[in-house]
Design a protein around this ligand. Structure first.
Ligand SMILES: NC(=O)c1ccc[n+]([C@@H]2O[C@H](COP(=O)([O-])OP(=O)(O)OC[C@H]3O[C@@H](n4cnc5c(N)ncnc54)[C@H](OP(=O)(O)O)[C@@H]3O)[C@@H](O)[C@H]2O)c1
Length: 181
């Protein structure tokens, strides 16, 4: 359910809405809400936190030149198959909030992929797509225990949506700063 809503849901929304986005000289904007838990390369990644310790999968998702929708979808389907047959725990997936972290990792990868694809759109029809982590926010998801207010959490999203027409696409942000995927 988490993978379906967070990754496939986001992807379907982007596909449905992209044709409706109005051409504009400043470019249209997509901002995906993801999470630092979906990082590929956090130092804390390697064995017991979020991040993918399966090197082959990590390399595939890392390389934006060879990244494709099929690669991301296949990664998700492989994980879901392993959940069904009970083998996922030793397969190098994120150890913390596994389904959630992986779903956000997939949206991050999809953001980079779409930025590459959107790059080919003609001037005046550009779409810039980025993702960001809002921090640990005081919402239902954290049982209202987060230390970031909803207004603070929304700040980077609004900033990204309203950036002047400089080319920023396929990047990952937190607190208005670019961070590593
Ligand atoms: N809170 C955090 O600390 C935190 C940290 C990092 C990232 N995020 C991300 O920020 C985003 C917003 O999270 P939040 O903290 O605001 O969580 P939230 O308070 O639990 O809100 C989640 C929202 O998603 C909607 N939703 C859930 N399942 C859905 C589905 N199947 N179809 C359509 N809508 C659905 C819910 O709708 P209903 O109200 O109708 O159920 C609700 O409005 C999420 O993408 C989350 O992963 C949050």
């Amino acid at each position: 359910m988490v993978i379906q809503v967070n990754y496939f849901g986001t992807k379907n929304m982007i596909k449905a809405l992209t044709p409706l986005m109005r051409p504009s000289p400043a470019g249209s904007r997509i901002v995906s809400v993801t999470s630092r838990l979906g990082r590929l390369n956090s130092k804390r990644n390697v064995s017991n936190t979020s991040g993918i310790s399966n090197v082959a999968v990590r390399e595939q998702l890392e390389n934006v030149d060879t990244l494709s929708e099929e690669v991301i979808d296949k990664t998700m389907h492989t994980f879901l198959e392993q959940v069904k047959d009970g083998t996922w725990e030793s397969a190098g997936w994120p150890h913390v909030f596994t389904d959630y972290s992986l779903s956000k990792l997939a949206v991050n990868a999809y953001t980079r992929l779409m930025a590459r694809i959107f790059e080919e759109r003609p001037e005046g029809e550009k779409i810039y797509i980025n993702c960001y982590c809002p921090g640990w926010v005081k919402t239902a998801m954290t049982g209202w225990a987060g230390h970031v207010t909803i207004e603070e959490a929304a700040d980077t999203a609004v900033w990204l949506a309203l950036l002047p027409d400089q080319f920023v696409s396929g990047k990952f942000f937190a607190e208005r700063r670019e961070i590593n995927f």
